[in-house]
Ligand binder design. Structure first.
Ligand code: FMN
Length: 365
């Protein structure tokens, strides 16, 4: 496998990784009070020792009330949480893996009881987690400005800790995606409009503020998705032209790479072409992209979140990497089950891989 495109170094001007394997961001809820401890550092260190090229952290809260949905989801602000992340960075660095935190703000949520700070105002464009459901007032201009500043602070903190990059969670129906989607962005001001370009303004301002806080050479990634949990049938961009508006707006704002989230890395995005979501985004934006979805899952995954997928098809991942359709590939559940997944695949030790099972969702091993 060492000749495999999966194990060729990635040489981006702002981010160099030893191979093309990315650990997908996965919420774990093992950080009481928002502070990641030694168990969290060890968990990431094991994936670094296991050969991953770039580790993306679980979604982490930023300095806004209600940015994270649970008290055991870590934060990326405050002395205690930042000391915890420093220990993570220090644990991962010697393994040769790169590390980037994923900044998460959930926005409006359908179930108010999931919020960690019950008295905090909910940040969202129109108070709507979902079409037809309103749970809060729209964000004020001051709240929008402070939220953008909180993203920028988190990015500056990540750079100061020695992280190799940062990822903005702009996918899956959370705050940034709530601005992008016309059904949850019902504003009648400059943060909305009939086009995706107009609705991407909030995302673009977040990127610009993070860029200003970190300088020109620091890698800023954003994760985007077409669909939103819990409904996988919704599409944000119905045509390549719509998708182009979104991704060129983000590229113009200064994002370096786009992480294209979807259930299946090879799913055909638009009729008339076999290109995947990550393939289209790369073609339309000119940026490097990360694909994701069921890589390394050789059996149908039995979990509450994801049901009935086909085989992992590593050869198909390699074929698409080789063709330059996308640049990196993120692996989620297979890496939850087996921290050594990358090294085993590199060495052809396929029979030694630990298969995914839903029990790995609830433990940190
Ligand atoms: C337990 C779990 C937690 C997740 N948490 C996040 C998250 O915090 N941020 C995010 O962008 N995606 C999250 N995801 C989605 C994964 O990053 C990934 O896109 C998804 O699992 C598909 O990849 P896979 O088929 O390789 O598992 C999570 C997935 C799982 C299984």
């Amino acid at each position: 496998m060492s000749d495999s495109p999966l194990f060729q170094p990635f040489d981006h001007p702002k981010l160099k990784t030893r191979n093309r394997i990315v650990m997908a961001p996965m919420t774990r809820k093992f950080s009481p009070g928002g502070v990641p401890g030694a168990n969290v550092a060890d968990y990431y260190r094991r994936r670094g020792e296991g050969g991953v090229g770039l580790i993306l952290s679980e979604g982490v809260g930023i300095r806004r009330n209600g940015s994270r949905p649970d008290k055991a989801v870590p934060n990326f602000f405050g002395d205690d949480a930042l000391a915890g992340w420093q220990a993570v960075v220090d644990a991962v660095k010697p393994t040769g893996a790169c590390f980037a935190p994923q900044f998460w703000h959930v926005g409006a949520r359908p179930d108010d009881t999931t919020r960690n700070l019950p008295d905090a105002p909910i940040d969202s464009p129109s108070g709507m987690p979902w079409p037809g459901k309103t749970v809060a007032e729209p964000m004020t201009e001051a709240a929008i400005a402070d939220t953008i500043a909180a993203y920028a602070e988190a990015a500056a903190n990540a750079k100061a800790l020695g992280c190799n990059a940062v990822e903005i969670h702009g996918a899956h129906g959370y705050l940034i995606d709530q601005f992008l989607w016309d059904a949850t962005n019902q504003r009648d001001d400059g943060w909305n409009g009939p086009t995706l370009k107009e609705r991407a303004r909030f995302a673009a301002e977040v990127v610009k503020a993070m860029r200003a806080a970190t300088g020109p050479d620091f890698a800023i990634l954003m994760r985007i998705s077409q669909d939103k949990s819990p409904d996988g049938s919704i599409r944000l961009a119905n045509t390549p032209a719509e998708l182009e508006q979104l991704v060129t707006t983000l590229a113009d704002a200064g994002v370096d790479m786009l992480h294209c989230s979807g259930a299946r890395f090879s799913r055909r995005e638009f009729e008339g072409s076999d290109l995947s979501f990550a393939g289209w985004v790369k073609k339309l934006s000119g940026l490097a992209t990360i694909a994701v979805g069921t890589v390394g899952l050789d059996v149908p995954a039995k979990s509450k979140l994801f049901d009935s997928f086909g085989p992992g098809e590593l050869d198909e991942v390699e074929r698409r990497l080789d063709a330059g359709e996308f640049d990196l590939v993120a692996v989620g559940r297979a890496l939850l089950a087996d921290p050594d997944w990358a090294n085993k695949v590199r060495d052809g030790r396929i029979d030694e891989l630990i298969g995914f099972d839903a029990k790995y969702m609830t433990k940190l091993h």
